[in-house]
Design a protein around this ligand. Structure first.
Ligand SMILES: Cc1cc2nc3c(=O)[nH]c(=O)nc-3n(C[C@H](O)[C@H](O)[C@H](O)COP(=O)(O)O)c2cc1C
Length: 245
């Protein structure tokens, strides 16, 4: 294994941070490492908003289920899928921006996610900890107006970055055989393997240092998928100019 692979396999989300800043040069280095990621059609359809204003940070935390690490992290970044920049290029050439395609929504969402994950890996490589914040999508319209986002952009998620003040266990992932298939999907999910994984996850939850509980992975997923999943997102994304066609 290489140090990079070891680093990737050592990932765990960090939710408690030291009260210590991240030097601006380092932050910029991390962002540039993020920008270096591949980008569909070279659209570079991601914009990152650094939240340095503490009142704004507090408002975002309130909009995202009051998760305390949004405020305690040294940095909080909001990753926006951004088709606005490319459509402004059309204006330069008197071309009509043909926005609103579902494909463009996918491209911009993937771009924002790839940039973020490159930043995550770069950050973890220097000892920083991270936690993604999807809960910004609990109130995406309010987040968008707080950040003054233009049409054809939306906040995909936030990212806490800081020096870790905890050392949580690594959360075991699904067995390789469950997620890797050859040539075709090939029949039903391997329930025996899933059941073995349930035992692994139950043991992990029961023995981890913080926030212990007794739950298997399949129980967790059944609970998740039998609930509604942010049903406001479709209307919100349409309002922002996405998913029109
Ligand atoms: C897009 C995305 C959104 C997430 N949103 C949240 C969140 O709002 N709050 C939180 O505490 N963790 C959040 N997480 C972290 C996941 O819960 C975590 O990655 C998952 O449980 C696996 O644990 P690990 O990262 O420690 O391996 C999010 C992760 C991703 C990728």
């Amino acid at each position: 294994m290489t140090p990079t692979i070891e680093l990737l396999k050592a990932h765990r989300s960090i939710r408690k941070f030291e009260n210590r800043p991240i030097a601006k040069d380092l932050l910029h280095e991390l962002i540039q490492a993020g920008q270096a990621v591949a980008s569909s059609s070279f659209l570079q359809a991601a914009t990152i908003i650094r939240i340095s204003d503490s009142a704004k940070r507090a408002s975002l935390a309130a909009l995202a289920n009051h998760q305390p690490y949004i405020e305690s992290a040294a940095e909080f970044l909001v990753f926006c899928a951004d088709m606005n920049r490319a459509s402004r290029c059309c204006d330069w050439y008197d071309a009509k921006a043909n926005t609103g395609f579902t494909e463009q929504f996918i491209i911009a969402t993937v771009d924002a996610s790839l940039v973020a994950q490159n930043i995550v890996v770069a950050a973890e490589s220097v000892g920083l900890g991270i936690c993604y914040i999807g809960a910004l999508r609990n109130n995406p319209a309010e987040v968008s107006s707080l950040l003054e986002l233009p049409q054809n952009t939306y906040p995909v998620f936030g990212l806490c970055l800081g020096w870790p003040d905890q050392d949580p266990e690594i959360k075991p992932r699904l067995p390789l055989e469950v997620v890797l298939r050859e040539n075709v999907y090939g029949g039903d999910v391997d329930l025996d393997r899933l059941s073995d994984y349930d035992d692994v996850i139950r043991a992990y939850y029961q023995t981890r240092t913080a926030n212990q509980k007794s739950q298997s992975w399949s129980e967790q997923m059944a609970g998740m998928l039998s609930k509604e999943s942010r049903p406001h997102m479709l209307g919100f994304l349409k309002m922002r100019g996405f998913l029109q066609k």
